[in-house]
Write a protein that binds this ligand. Structure first.
Ligand SMILES: [Zn+2]
Ligand SMILES: [Zn+2]
Length: 338
């Protein structure tokens, strides 16, 4: 099937996960009509996030199946549902992971919609952006303006936003460690360097390419995860889904230091002696994002001059993009372009 032929708006094509643990398959179907409160978006780019791997591999519970993955969506409004205000046809918008919240649970009512009791997540419990079109709840979409490239903007919608939330949770760290130098770390390094912080980048042992990439983006030091950094860290963020990094990061932070786990899934954390946590070191996780995080970060990213390094794939090559991400064959972020 050719992926580049334009379709009438009444039809859409999508890379669909029909069963966990199986490759995505291309499906063509009538494009959905936006329900009240929703917009139909013609997708131009969708980032490929590590969370998509966890969805495809069945590591996250209760996905909608079949599901169209993808939650770093950039596209243009193609049709507007009843009751939607503030959007117009043709406008460029972004859709993040947080697809809907209930607005009434205790978390929603206390500015913690990221922890909503009955949330919907784009590309997981509702269809996402590995597609020519997608529908989204308009109140969870962001206007993006016209000044940036679609593919280079897509990774900001998750790697950027959840990276930003993790970064904020890490506190006012001057010396900041980043474990796992993928899409999120490559964005955050630029923000942290712009703010005058010192970034220490930790990669897989021997991944000298990732280490050089980290230095090129402003990291003051890059090495292997097992390495001791040249100075004790104030805080560290772990983006790699590897539980064994937790005790390593705890060893690398000074008294009162904070470790933030930024991923949605991680392998088991090995046992470690209490002395690694002692002296008020803290270990915490970051879940999802709030719309406030998104507004903050989308405002800060251009001021910080964030530039995403992307590898483009066609929609039909989504499985290749996923396996390149899985095998660590990528620098920066993978993006599907439609
Ligand atoms: Zn809620
Ligand atoms: Zn993501």
């Amino acid at each position: 099937m050719k992926s580049h032929q334009p379709l009438p708006i009444s039809m859409m094509r999508a890379m669909v996960l029909e069963r966990s643990g199986t490759p995505l398959v291309m499906r063509e179907s009538p494009a959905p009509s936006p329900a009240a409160g929703e917009i139909l978006i013609a997708v131009s780019a969708c980032g490929v996030c590590r969370t998509d791997l966890h969805v495809v591999d069945g590591e996250l519970p209760h996905p909608k199946l079949p599901v169209v993955p993808g939650h770093e969506i950039v596209g243009r409004v193609a049709s507007i549902g009843a009751g939607v205000t503030g959007f117009k046809i043709g406008q460029r918008v972004g859709v993040p992971w947080l697809g809907h919240t209930c607005g009434v649970c205790a978390y929603c009512r206390s500015d913690r919609e990221n922890l909503c009791d009955v949330p919907q997540f784009t590309g997981y419990t509702r269809d996402g952006g590995y597609a020519s079109h997608t529908v989204a709840d308009a109140t969870y979409c962001f206007q993006l303006g016209e000044s940036t490239d679609d593919a280079e903007t897509a990774p900001l919608l998750c790697a950027g936003l959840i990276g930003w939330r993790s970064y904020r949770m890490a506190g006012e760290a001057r010396a900041l460690g980043l474990y796992g130098f993928g899409a999120a770390a490559h964005i955050l390094t630029q923000v942290a360097a712009w703010q005058g912080r010192s970034v220490y980048a930790f990669t897989r042992t021997g991944d000298t390419a990732a280490q050089a990439f980290a230095r090129s983006l402003g990291a003051v030091w890059a090495g292997a995860s097992e390495d001791e950094p040249p100075e004790p860290l104030d805080a560290a963020i772990i983006f790699a889904p590897v539980g064994a990094l937790v005790p390593l990061a705890l060893k690398a932070v000074k008294k009162g230091g904070r470790i933030v786990c930024g991923g949605i899934h991680m392998s088991d954390i090995p046992r470690f002696p209490y002395r690694l946590l002692w002296e008020e070191r803290q270990l915490l996780s970051v879940a999802n994002l709030t719309r406030k995080d998104a507004r903050e970060f989308l405002e800060i990213a251009p001021r910080a001059g964030v530039k995403c390094d992307v590898t483009r794939y066609s929609l039909a090559a989504a499985n290749t993009a996923l396996s390149d991400l899985r095998e660590g064959r990528l620098q920066g972020a993978a993006v599907l372009v439609t």
